[in-house]
Design a protein around this ligand. Structure first.
Ligand code: 5RP
Length: 225
């Protein structure tokens, strides 16, 4: 296993250790969270861990079902004990870029509905300033032209992805300087046609688990509950 994969695995496995019986747990999307799901499934089998998962994507729902993790819905459980998810970038203020997999709308809903938000990343995702990855944006196809023009008007560039989101919408990646993540998160979401963007500045994680080779570094937000 290459070093990055090892880091993802150790971060994902460590996050699974935070899960306790009786919890409703948001299950994020991506190649790091996959390892958290693997370990949660092992704990269900070996320890009788009793949880319900709320998946943030069709891919995660499929994987969880394959692994034997019982699932529920946000309608049945509007408040979650915790969400575990990956990220594309994490800055020193715990602001995130998410949506590399195009699942950021459901991920932001689930994280916001959760009492505790735990993010798992390999150390390559830890950055001094957000922006190099770009900003994933889910867009209603009807408004695509307007959204593109408005972002260009803000000094950004926009590239449309070939695939759509699980919600059937268009996915775009914007490139622009992120001076103030919370302000830009709000500004992008104020453009009619934008369903959600991948800046997580209002719902930041309480805990970030960084995989570094075979070990992890756990960083807790001081003002986090
Ligand atoms: C999907 C996401 C993922 O959590 C993010 O892209 C990180 O994925 P990976 O762990 O595969 O690098 O936001 O929408």
């Amino acid at each position: 296993m290459n070093p990055t994969e090892n880091s993802k695995k150790s971060a994902g496995y460590a996050a699974a250790g935070y899960v306790q019986s009786g919890m409703v747990v948001g299950l994020g999307t991506g190649s790091t969270v996959k390892y958290a799901l693997e370990m949660i499934a092992k704990r269900i089998k070996n320890e009788g861990l009793d949880i319900l998962g709320i998946p943030t994507s069709e891919a995660t729902a499929g994987l969880a079902m394959k692994l034997g993790i019982p699932l529920s819905t946000l309608d049945e459980h509007p408040v979650l004990d915790m969400a575990i998810d990956g990220a594309d970038e994490v800055d020193p203020g715990f602001n995130l870029i998410k949506g590399g997999g195009g699942a950021h709308t459901r991920e932001k809903i689930v994280a916001t509905a959760s009492k505790r938000f735990i993010v798992v990343v390999d150390k390559g995702k830890v950055v001094g300033k957000l922006g190099d990855f770009g900003i994933p944006i889910e867009v209603l196809p009807f408004g695509a032209g307007l959204v593109k023009r408005k972002i260009e008007g803000l000094g950004g560039t926009v590239k449309q992805r070939n695939n759509t989101s699980d919600n059937g919408n268009m996915l775009m990646d914007a490139r622009m300087e992120i001076r103030n993540p919370a302000e830009l998160e709000d500004l992008l979401n104020s453009i009619p046609g934008v369903i959600e963007n991948g800046i997580f500045a209002h719902r930041r994680p309480e805990v970030v688990i960084v995989g570094d080779g075979a070990g992890v570094v756990v960083i807790e937000r001081e003002d986090g509950k």
